[in-house]
Design a protein around this ligand. Structure first.
Ligand code: 9MR
Length: 350
């Protein structure tokens, strides 16, 4: 009996004190999806592109269900690929990703039905009138979503529809049809696959701000009028050392409308070259973003925008920047990986 306090003290010593220590310890290396699921999330996922699927070591990580429980095709479900010519549909690339996900028992997020970018040129060039363009959106969305019926967890039905000030972006869709093009797409998607979750997806809506408020008001209006919508996708293309401080509050605010939320395209870019300090900061930044999702049950999952710096979109778009993902160009895990683990481990278990 006299030994009990000593045993108790020894037990206490095992309890982690520093918040960055992953706990329970046995979760540390079990894989991002495994940890996410053990914390009540639906998935941890990644984007991928068909052009990389010949890279065997890469595909091995991508296909590891312990790391990734969800994948998003980063390009091959976009309009320019799916319907390059009016009425001619090409589902090959998307089908390949869906088949891979099925083999690996992974969910798929469909990306994306209606977007002004990577749009087939004929949609603008045709200078269609309002009712013709409405039927074009309806037809495109219906055929895409119906083709994958039963295989897609969630669709980014409309992508990047907002300006920074929260107003709607001027696109061929808005200019020809008006704001109702958005609900038209959502209604078509719901009819085509009633069980798929329907998301509005955008960047720079990760923290509170004018743009988030614009999206919030749209979701609120849809809910009030019974227009189908199930989720808000926060893309989360972020910058080292500049993580918005209100991500958690923002997620909670969307959740209060009765929708789920997901981080759909997470990456945290830095100015090159990489230094140990920057990698340390990136670990902290990943942890901060992921913990915001961990803290809110309505945040169902996180998707990184590919897994390795080798295949990130960042260097091609931002000169002198890169190294945005948790695996480096040699497919080695970076400190960021453990930042994700720490973020996931916070703090749903008591
Ligand atoms: O990852 C995609 C990249 O390969 C394409 O070149 C690029 C073209 O727009 O789109 C990238 O993905 C984008 C996503 O579809 C929407 N949000 C921003 C992403 C990064 O640009």
């Amino acid at each position: 009996m006299a030994k009990l306090p000593i045993a108790f003290a020894a037990l206490l010593a095992l309890v982690p004190v520093a918040t960055s220590t992953p706990f329970p310890p046995f979760n540390t290396n079990s894989g991002l999806n495994k940890v996410a699921k053990s914390k009540g999330k639906l998935y941890f996922g990644t984007a991928t592109d068909n052009i990389y699927l010949g890279d065997k070591p890469y595909v091995k990580i991508l296909s590891n269900n312990n790391e990734f429980g969800q994948i998003t095709p980063s390009n091959t479900m976009k309009w320019e690929t799916i319907e390059p010519v009016r009425g001619t549909f090409n589902f090959t690339g998307g089908d390949e990703i869906v088949a891979l996900a099925k083999r690996n028992r992974q969910l798929v997020r469909g990306h994306t039905c209606v977007w002004h970018s990577q749009l087939a040129p004929w949609v603008e060039a045709g200078k269609f009138d309002n009712s013709t363009l409405q039927s074009i959106i309806k037809d495109h969305t219906t055929k895409l979503v119906r083709h994958h019926k039963g295989d897609i967890y969630a669709w980014d039905v409309v992508n990047e529809a907002f300006n920074e000030d929260g107003t709607l972006r001027e696109t061929v869709f808005l200019n020809t049809i008006g704001p109702s093009y958005i609900e038209l797409a959502f209604r078509a998607a719901r009819a085509a696959d009633p069980r798929a979750k329907l998301y509005i997806n955008d960047y720079n809506i990760d923290g509170l701000g004018d743009k988030s408020t614009g999206v919030y008001n749209l979701v609120k209006d849809f809910k009030r009028r019974g227009v189908p919508i199930d989720g808000v996708g926060l893309q989360a293309h972020l910058i080292l050392g500049q993580i918005p401080t209100t991500i958690k509050e923002n997620i909670q605010k969307f959740a209060s409308l009765g929708v789920e939320v997901a981080l759909t395209e997470l990456d945290i870019r830095m100015e090159l070259p990489v230094t140990p300090e920057k990698l340390k900061q990136q670990r902290k930044d990943y942890e901060a973003v992921i913990s915001a999702c961990s803290a809110v049950p309505a945040c169902v999952g996180v998707t990184i925008w590919d897994l390795t710096d080798k295949y990130s979109w960042v260097p091609g778009w931002f000169e002198g920047e890169g190294a945005a993902l948790p695996w480096d160009e040699n497919l080695e895990k970076k400190p960021a990986y453990y930042g994700i683990v720490d973020g996931l481990n916070k703090w749903r278990w008591f």
